[in-house]
Design a protein around this ligand. Structure first.
Ligand code: LMR
Ligand code: SF4
Length: 514
């Protein structure tokens, strides 16, 4: 095989997967958007999401800043040189990282050191299988960490919140799947897709669940019982009212694919792989002689017109909600005026801080004065130019709940007034917001191009030893829009949606599949 062509094909596969959302996924999002009533927070979020998809197309830049753990699956003819292919895939990963198409995401699990090029023990994941066909089928999924953290594995029989006992039968499986959507809330950037694996052991069960994510969104399960279950789940999970980003609304789940393998008598696992709306997976057929791409997968059909624009989305916001402009340093008084549901536009400075920074700030002084300032839970994709200046390539929010153990204390200690992230935070932070006078702002997860566009300059960076995604970036923004979802008066939209969706989940307690 022409290895240089194969390298080029893999590079294209990576860039396309990161920047160009597959058409089957776009169709599902477009359909969901039509279902949401205009003017709701969910409709507004979906408009931001579809704008972001278009921006990623235009900029050939990552749809979401978390380009995940690249996972390749290749089916190759007997005799194909797998070692040579592996080498070229790694080279393509390295180049795509240099070009700002992938975030450097490979981190030493214990020291936290970022390898900088996405290569390292266990990354990327490359799986080969041989087959009888005379061409190569190469597929790639870039599944981010936020949705990966919402994967869940059930061992039947078990007791489930809202649903009671789940037994070792199809109805028990149904309950587990419904519960998996409830427990994810908005934290995996709903509206999401799930792959379910029934059976196997803990490892092969998850493997099977992830394998389902390579199915087309619009395919039909060959097994009648599983076809019915897939349809049931998509229909009824959307009745939980979790909505886009967990804001409440009609669209929570965009697809459910279920596979089954045998198990051993003592084990009965139901494994669920949750994928965010930024469902980045593509595939190609490759000529094994010259290494070039013959066909793209998942990309057939007409161009999808999302039928909306930024202006219309903005009009909806102003129609339905109060809009407040914030510029740091922010006073306590100003924060106390904010209520859940308000839309906030931020101008001026904000500082990124995620996992490493929160741990660091809990033990050390801050490198900058954070009094009255805004912290953004974000790990951006950055590119350095020839003069050594950094440019933002993608910069959406990360899941805030991971900072729950630290956030309240840090806000109080440093005088931080606003925290921006996604998915909401817990009771400890809510209490601190009330005591200190702080606010939690929810940005739209995955909308990395949309927010990168609001960032007008990178004014500095601290704690670079934590690597690009984890460093503290000083960002100057204009018109950065987010929604107040937790305020200083004890209100939390996240707690409300969790409570109401649990009540709705309980409606699905009675047996359906006998
Ligand atoms: O790591 C990130 O930037 C985001 C992550 O995928 C998340 O959803 O929390
Ligand atoms: S931020 Fe959201 S959209 Fe991006 S990878 Fe994480 S879960 Fe997916």
């Amino acid at each position: 095989m022409e290895m240089e062509n194969f390298y080029e094909s893999m590079y294209q596969l990576i860039v396309e997967t990161s920047t160009n959302l597959p058409k089957d996924v776009r169709r599902a999002i477009a359909a969901a958007k039509q279902r949401e009533s205009a003017g709701t927070r969910s409709a507004m979020s979906l408009a931001t999401i579809t704008n972001n998809i278009k921006m990623a197309d235009d900029n050939i830049s990552p749809i979401c800043q978390d380009t995940g753990l690249p996972t390749f699956k290749l089916k190759v003819p007997v005799g194909a040189n797998q070692l040579a292919m592996k080498k070229e895939i790694k080279r393509a990963i390295e180049q795509a990282t240099k070009d700002g198409k992938l975030r450097p995401n490979s981190v030493d699990s214990i020291s936290g050191d970022n390898s900088g090029d996405n290569l390292g023990d266990g990354t990327p994941v490359i799986k080969f299988e041989q087959w009888e066909n005379d061409y190569i089928d190469a597929r790639l999924i870039l599944k981010g960490g936020g949705c990966e953290n919402k994967n869940i594995q059930y061992s039947l029989p078990c007791e489930l919140d809202g649903l009671g006992k789940a037994g070792r039968d199809l109805d028990g499986i149904r309950k587990c799947i419904m519960h998996s959507v409830y427990q994810a809330q908005g934290q995996g950037c709903s509206a999401g897709f799930i792959g379910v694996g029934i059976g196997g052991d803990r490892t092969s069960g998850y493997e099977l669940a992830k394998e389902q994510l390579f199915r087309r969104v619009d395919d039909v399960n060959q097994r009648e019982d599983l076809r019915q279950l897939e349809e049931y789940v998509v229909e009824h999970a959307n009745e939980l009212g979790i909505g886009t980003m967990g804001f409440g609304g009609e669209t929570t789940l965009l697809g459910c694919k279920i596979g089954v393998i045998n198990r051993i008598p003592a084990s009965f696992f139901v494994s669920v792989a949750y994928n965010c709306w930024a469902y980045r997976r593509l595939g190609v057929f490759i000529d094994p002689d010259n290494g070039s791409i013959n066909e793209w997968l998942y990309q057939d059909g007409e161009e999808i017109d999302f039928g909306h624009d930024e202006v219309a989305a903005t009009e909806e916001q102003t129609l339905q909600t109060r809009e407040v402009v914030l510029e740091a340093p922010i006073t306590e008084e100003k924060i106390r005026e904010l209520k859940v549901g308000d839309v906030v536009r931020i101008n001026g400075m904000m500082y990124t801080g995620r996992d490493a920074i929160h741990k660091y700030l809990s033990e050390n002084d801050s490198p900058v004065d954070l009094n009255g300032q805004v912290i953004y839970h974000c790990g951006p994709v950055m590119m350095k130019d020839e003069d050594g200046n950094y440019h933002v390539k993608a910069a959406g929010p990360t899941t805030s709940i991971r900072e729950e153990p630290y956030q309240g204390d840090i806000m109080k200690r440093f005088g931080i007034r606003a925290v921006i992230g996604k998915g909401g935070m817990g009771p400890k932070t809510l209490k601190a917001l009330g005591e200190h006078g702080g606010v939690y702002l929810n940005a739209i997860g995955g909308a990395a191009q949309y927010y990168a566009d609001c960032i007008k300059s990178v004014e500095g960076v601290d704690l670079m030893q934590f690597g690009i995604p984890e460093a503290m970036w000083h960002l100057k923004v204009e018109g950065f829009t987010a929604v107040v979802t937790m305020d200083s008066h004890g209100n939390s939209l996240h707690a409300d949606v969790d409570k109401s969706s649990l009540e709705k989940l309980a409606q699905f307690k009675e047996p359906v599949f006998k």
